[in-house]
Design a protein around this ligand. Sequence first.
Ligand code: GSH
Length: 265
Amino acid sequence: MLTLYHHGSSTCAAKVRFALEEKGLDWEGRYVDILAGEQFSPAYLKLNPKGVVPLLVDGSFVLPESTVICEYLEEKYTDYPLMPVDPKSRAQVRLWTKAVDEELHPACSAITYVVSHRHTILRNGVGSFEDFVENGDSAGKAARLLKWQWIQEGIEAPGAKDKIRLYLDYLDKMEAVLAKSKWLVGSRFTMADVAMAPYVNRLAALAMAPLWQNGRLPNVERWFKTIRKRPTFEPAFTKWLPDGLRDEMFANGQKSWPDIQKLIS
Ligand SMILES: N[C@@H](CCC(=O)N[C@@H](CS)C(=O)NCC(=O)O)C(=O)O
């Protein structure tokens, strides 16, 4: 049995859940409350020294990193393929998954923390700088340091606004591609759509769907509506976000909307 350590509001965990569901795989979940610091428990740090989710356990094989997990699932379970066959399309899919890892995910963390998670984490009692930043291994320290600044300073934290602008620029990139094709890479749903869906869904969860609605980005709107209609959307996304957190993220997003509008106007 595949076991996924995950959290309801984690975009990279949602990406893996979406891949698992699209590939029709059985899996069991271990919920790690990253907004209450459970990722820093000694038992979890032993499994993933970076102190982040997701993490896949397949028998004795322990695998971090969402993109690598998705690639592992794709290669091990060949039914319901999410990678195209021809090399050019495969390369295009990888450009999207690389963009997610290198740019979009850090930018998404910025918007999520400054708009919403900072309030939840501060309420839950984040502990000291040392607790938060020094936990986990040195490889993840830079990311934890940034998150600490977002938690403390919100949208005024150094670099936060640039990261949010970069995130929103991706919607325009998607629009340009989706104006020409049904899915992000050609006429078939692929791992590129799996990888990007959680990041558009995150903006919707933060009450920011007006970024593409009302004729602003009609092809992104069409694409996201189609994604939401897939039978895998509920078990991969909706099911895992607790109602209280969903309401809190939406309300915090509404409050931040004027700040976001200033950034894009
Ligand atoms: N590159 C990693 C990023 C993992 C990551 O940043 N996970 C976030 C949730 S999406 C997390 O666990 N954050 C908890 C924390 O930083 O304290 C991946 O793709 O799996």
